[in-house]
Design a protein around this ligand. Sequence first.
Ligand code: ATP
Length: 133
Amino acid sequence: MSTINVNVVTPDGAVYDGDVEMVSARSQNGELGILPGHIPLVAPLSVGAVRLKYESKIHLVAVNGGFVEVRPDSVTILAESAETPSQIDVERARRAKERAEDRIERAKQEEIDYQRARLALKRAVTRIEVAGE
Ligand code: ATP
């Protein structure tokens, strides 16, 4: 089976580098399914789980925003932060989720930063999902 090289890079360094059969990622314009030989493109990513298919299984990476650059033989994801399941501290993500939910609840009364809290909630929920919890 043909493969495509995937690199997930953050300001703290590489989080994933390997050859996969397929990449699925949520761009801000919709879901992207990337197979080897895909046409080149650059797209902004939403906060969410990136799915990598190899060895007949789906492996998840939590990705916080950034961009995906697709070339026929490689995919580069430049993210503000990203974690594989073993790198995720689930308790920390649960605390972040509670904080964000609390801020969203209070935002109904006070005009605090609602969008910021929504994004923090999305990061936390993605981490909990990717960690398999
Ligand atoms: P928190 O409020 O817990 O800091 P956050 O969503 O604001 O969460 P980010 O700004 O996205 O955190 O990330 C800051 C750094 O902390 C990044 O290096 C990211 O990989 C790491 N990080 C954040 N949450 C977790 C987690 N639950 N487990 C492991 N690493 C995490």
